[in-house]
Design a protein around this ligand. Structure first.
Ligand SMILES: [Zn+2]
Length: 49
């Protein structure tokens, strides 16, 4: 399980097809709207560095 960076929900990475790659990391999402929010502004969610 991995954390959806947008809403904080735990997501099963083996079951979801909602994912985005950013800075060499793969992020998984619980819903298409979370993915959209992330894709619109990955730096807001993707990493704190
Ligand atoms: Zn979500």
């Amino acid at each position: 399980m991995v954390k959806d960076p947008v809403c904080g929900m735990m997501v099963d990475e083996k079951k979801t097809s909602l994912k985005s790659e950013h800075d060499g990391q793969t992020f998984y999402f619980c819903s298409a709207s979370c993915k959209r929010s992330f894709d619109a502004d990955p730096h807001k969610y993707g990493h704190s560095k």
